[in-house]
Design a protein around this ligand. Structure first.
Ligand code: HEM
Length: 393
C-alpha cells in the first residue's frame, strides 16, 4: 500500500545525495555515509561564493564606492569622529561621576561588578533608594559608551590605510585607561569610597581626556618631523602651564577629599582644613592664569598664527569661568549643582589645554607618506605643494 520512500525521486536540489553515489569529482570511497559530509561541504561551497561575493569581489576592486563599508579603510572623518567621541564620552563620565558623588549615590550599587549581590542591575527590595541606585547604575552603564568610543578609535586607527603606528600606539592608551577606570571604580566601591581611591579616579579621567584630545590633534597632522610654529621658550611655557594645570587638578581633588561631598554620608574624609586646601587650589589657579596671560603676550610678540591665539583666548575664557564657579561654590557652601559644573569645567579646560599644547607644532606628511584618504587632507597637501611651487618660483 505504502510505496517505499527509497524509490521516490529525489528533489533536484539534492541531486548528488544518492545512496551509494559520490559527488562529481569526489573520491570513489565517499559512499552513502561520506556523502552526508560531502553534502554539507558542497552546500557550503555552493553558498560561499554567494555570501562572500559582495565582500571579495567588491574588495578586490578596492574602490570606495563599491567596497562593502566594513571592509573599507575607515575615512579620516570617521577616525576623527571617534576620537572626538572619546574626548566627549570620557569628559561626560567624569561629570556623571560628580553627580554620583554630590547626590550621595556612591553606594547605590554597593557591590562590584554586580550592582547587588546576585544581581547585575538595581533591585527594588534593596535598602538603597531607587534614585541612588539609578544614578550609580547609570554611571556604570556609561562605561559601555566610553569603551565603544575608546576601543572604536583604536580599531579604526589600526584599520586605517596607510596605518599610522605612532598614532595607534597612543590610541592603545584609551581602552587601557577605560579598563583601568572600570577596575579602579570597583575598588572605589569596595573600599567604601575612601578619598584616596576617588581622587585618582577623577585625575585619570582628566588624563584620558587629554590623551583623546592628543589623538584628535594627531589625526589632523602628518607623521613628518615635529616643527614648532613658535619659538622654543614659548613651547616650554605652554608645557609649564600644563604642569601647573595638573597640580591645580590634584589640589582640587584634595579639596574634594576634605569637603562635604564624599558620595556616602558614612565615608571618612581627608583630615585637613578645607580653607587651607582651597586657598592653595585657588592660588594655583591664579598662577595658571598669570602664565596663560604671559603666554598670550608672547604669542602676540612673535605674531603666532591667529588659530593658535584663538585657542589660547578660549583657554583663558574657560579658566576664568571655572575660577568664578570655584569661588562662588566655595563661598556658598559647595552647592551640588556648582560642583557638577566645576567638574565639567575641569574636563573642558583639560581638552582646551591639550588643543593649545599640541597646536604649537606642525607635522607635515612623512617622506613617502600618502596624504590621508579624505579629500580635506588631499586638498591641504595640494595647497601646500602649490605654495611651495610659488615660493620656489
Ligand atoms: C582653573 C581653575 C580650576 C580648576 C581646573 C579646578 C579643578 C578642580 C578639580 C579637578 C576639582 C576636583 C573635583 C573632584 O574631585 O570631583 C576641584 C574641586 C574643587 N574646587 Fe576647583 N578648580 C579651579 C578653580 C577653583 C577655584 C578658584 C576655587 C575657589 C576656591 C575652587 C574651588 C573648589 C572646591 C571648593 C572644590 C571641591 C568641590 C567638592 O567638594 O566637590 N576651584 N576643582
Amino acid at each position: 500500500m505504502f510505496s517505499s520512500t527509497a524509490n521516490r525521486p529525489r528533489p533536484r536540489l539534492f541531486w548528488f545525495w544518492q545512496r551509494g553515489q559520490s559527488l562529481p569529482g569526489a573520491p570513489p570511497y565517499a559512499g552513502s555515509h561520506g556523502s552526508k559530509h560531502l553534502f554539507a561541504a558542497a552546500f557550503l561551497a555552493h553558498l560561499r561564493p554567494r555570501l562572500l561575493s559582495p565582500m571579495t569581489s567588491l574588495a578586490s576592486k578596492n574602490s570606495p564606492t563599491t567596497t562593502a563599508w566594513f571592509l573599507r579603510a575607515p575615512s579620516m572623518r570617521l577616525q576623527r569622529g571617534f576620537a572626538l567621541a572619546a574626548v566627549i564620552s570620557n569628559a561626560l563620565i567624569a561629570v556623571t561621576g560628580a553627580v554620583v558623588r554630590v547626590t550621595g549615590s556612591g553606594l547605590g550599587c554597593p557591590t562590584w561588578p554586580e550592582c547587588h549581590p546576585g544581581s547585575l542591575v538595581p533591585v527594588q527590595r534593596s535598602q538603597q533608594s531607587a534614585l541612588h541606585q539609578a544614578i550609580e547604575f547609570g554611571n556604570r552603564t556609561l562605561t559601555g559608551v566610553v569603551l565603544i568610543a575608546s576601543l572604536g578609535t583604536l580599531v579604526l586607527l589600526w584599520r586605517a590605510r596607510p596605518q599610522r603606528r605612532s598614532v595607534v600606539k597612543i590610541a592603545l592608551l584609551l581602552p587601557l585607561g577605560v579598563l583601568f577606570q572600570a577596575l579602579w571604580g570597583g575598588l572605589t566601591v569596595l573600599t567604601g569610597l575612601v578619598w584616596w581611591t576617588v581622587a585618582p579616579h577623577m585625575l585619570v579621567s582628566l588624563v584620558i581626556v587629554f590623551v583623546a584630545t592628543w589623538i584628535y590633534q594627531r589625526l589632523g597632522e602628518g607623521d613628518g618631523p615635529v616643527r614648532y610654529t613658535v619659538p622654543k621658550p614659548l613651547v616650554t611655557l605652554v608645557w609649564a602651564t600644563c604642569a601647573v594645570l595638573l597640580a591645580l587638578s590634584v589640589m582640587g581633588t584634595l579639596v574634594t577629599a576634605a569637603g562635604p561631598h564624599a558620595g556616602d554620608e558614612k565615608t571618612a574624609r581627608l583630615d585637613l582644613p578645607v580653607p587651607m586646601l582651597a586657598q592653595i587650589h585657588a592660588d594655583l589657579m591664579f598662577l595658571y592664569l598669570g602664565l596663560l596671560i604671559a603666554l598670550g603676550v608672547g604669542l602676540l610678540a612673535v605674531s603666532a598664527s591667529p588659530a593658535l591665539r584663538r585657542r589660547l583666548w578660549w583657554l583663558v575664557g574657560i579658566t576664568m569661568s571655572q575660577g568664578l564657579i570655584g569661588i562662588v561654590q566655595y563661598l556658598t557652601g559647595v552647592p551640588e549643582i556648582l560642583v557638577v559644573f566645576h567638574v565639567g569645567g575641569a574636563t573642558l579646560l583639560v581638552a582646551a589645554a591639550g588643543r593649545l599644547a599640541f597646536g604649537t607644532r606642525a607635522r607635515a606628511a612623512a617622506l613617502g607618506e600618502h596624504p590621508a584618504q579624505d579629500p580635506a587632507r588631499r586638498s591641504q597637501a595640494g595647497s601646500a605643494n602649490t605654495q611651495a611651487v610659488k615660493q620656489s618660483a
